[in-house]
Design a protein around this ligand. Structure first.
Ligand SMILES: Nc1nc2c(c(=O)[nH]1)N[C@H]1C(S)=C(S)[C@@H](COP(=O)(O)OP(=O)(O)OC[C@H]3O[C@@H](n4cnc5c(N)ncnc54)[C@H](O)[C@@H]3O)O[C@H]1N2
Ligand code: MOO
Length: 401
């Protein structure tokens, strides 16, 4: 058995980013930039007003002064002339500050007549003027390659006049559930069978991680069928299987893929739940063989599949973020497998959350997985802890799961 850290390192080391493709701006959300975005213009393009009011010479704007209004400068319609001594130009937010003016008099600080304006409050030079290039300058790198694009980044790219983005293709992930006993939701369930929850949970998780899931038909516990289904996934950036990872006579993933050219890197991690995880390669396609128990499959996905998706998407791939919490119950000494306890979070003392583990941690229990808000981390050999002791937890809400 290898450690969680080593397993993640080996998975990440075997993966490279998908090639880049060019997409229109709205399709770039959540993708990772393959090329930096350089501003194609300066923003703002000139000195502009930040307020509705009057473009003035600050020296003229003393309380009680009256200025002649000689024109208007709405946004998009610059005033062609120059503001001279004792003069003002009616201006609106975003309007270009006319030549000669060095401040904006707020309209709330002025009283207008048909052709003049009375100053009610003095102005300072530069007041309410957004300088040319305040936001960014032409040629400046506004977004770096390797960044996962947020809605705000899309806005910035648009402002920089970039209609297209070079982003890494969303990794295509084949999902293969195996087992004689499982049926897709809504299909007839064989005697003694169960519904396959893993494929759909994994597809949703792949989406949350920026990937493009492809749910393959369920393969029965039959080497031929598993091999055939896996062949269909060769065009994917990664194949994820669930079930058949353990040591039982019907746990066939490794033996079925062997004749197809499967090269195993490692099998079995010192962790709970999820010990019998398989990692290897089928030709060029990396294969992550998750255990069949639904909680094991999902916990392994948090620890390994999400970082793998990050790596395929163009990011380095990192362990899930952890936060400090306080044990919400006494915790026994841990054995040599890294444990991940499903827990709820409650507000605790001094803003530190209380992580309350579910009393039953069986790896088949979906309800507690769905209700869990965090996984309490228990390192191999961790000593017993009393309620209130500090613990590290992975908050699940962060991951969009
Ligand atoms: N003698 C041993 N038995 C087991 C060991 C072991 O070390 N020695 N490990 C246990 C652990 S830990 C795990 S985890 C499981 C993993 O088993 P497999 O990956 O081979 O999974 P299966 O046996 O196919 O199924 C396990 C369990 O999960 C259910 N399942 C399977 N697929 C799905 C699905 N798509 N959706 C929902 N549930 C699914 C399946 O019905 C089984 O109940 O092995 C232990 N055994
Ligand atoms: O590794 Mo298993 O996931 O404990 O049930």
């Amino acid at each position: 058995m290898i450690s969680v850290e080593e397993a993640r390192a080996r998975i990440l080391a075997a993966l490279t980013a998908t090639p880049s493709e060019t997409v229109p701006l709205p399709a770039g959300w959540g993708r990772v930039l393959a090329l930096p975005i350089l501003a194609r213009l300066t923003q703002p393009p000139a000195d502009v007003s930040a307020m509705d009011g009057y473009a003035v010479r600050a020296a003229d704007v003393t309380e009680g002064a009256r200025l002649a209004v000689i024109g208007t400068a709405p946004a998009g319609h610059p005033f062609a002339g120059e503001v001279g001594a004792g003069q003002a130009v009616r201006i609106f937010t975003g309007g270009i500050v006319p030549f000669g003016a060095d401040a904006i008099l707020l309209q709330e600080d002025a009283e207008a007549t048909a052709s003049t304006v009375l100053v009610k409050e003095a102005a300072r030079p530069g007041r309410w003027i957004r300088r040319r290039g305040l936001d960014f300058a032409e040629g400046e790198e506004v977004l770096s390659a390797g960044r996962r694009l947020t809605a705000r980044d899309i806005g910035l790219a648009a402002a920089a006049n970039t209609p297209w983005l070079a982003v890494h293709r969303a990794p295509r992930i084949g999902i293969l559930a195996t087992g004689d006993e499982i049926a897709l939701p809504g299909d007839p369930i064989p005697r003694g069978g169960i519904v396959s929850s893993n494929a759909h949970a994994l597809a949703a998780l792949v989406r949350a991680g920026g990937g493009d899931p492809l749910i393959l038909p369920i393969a029965p516990d039959d080497s031929q069928a598993i091999a055939e289904a896996a062949r269909a996934a060769r065009a994917c950036d990664m194949l994820v299987t669930t079930g058949g990872a353990s040591v039982g006579d019907h746990d066939l993933v490794q033996s079925a893929l062997g004749p197809e050219g499967f090269a195993l890197d490692f099998w079995k991690i010192a962790m709970r739940p999820g010990k019998p995880l398989i990692w290897g390669r089928l030709g060029a396609t990396p294969v992550l063989g998750l255990p069949g128990n639904p909680v094991s499959a999902l916990v392994c996905s948090v620890l390994f599949l999400i970082p793998a998706l990050d790596r395929l998407s163009g990011l380095p791939g990192a362990p899930p973020r952890t936060i400090r919490a306080l044990a919400g119950a006494d915790l026994p000494e841990n054995d040599r497998r890294f444990d991940h306890l499903r827990a709820t979070l409650q507000p605790g003392p001094e803003g530190i959350p209380l992580a309350i583990p579910f009393p039953l941690q069986d790896s088949s229990m979906m309800k507690t997985l769905a209700r869990a808000e965090a996984l309490i981390l228990r390192a191999p050999g961790a000593p017993a802890l009393q309620t209130g002791a500090p613990v590290e937890v992975i908050p699940l809400g962060d991951l969009g799961l």
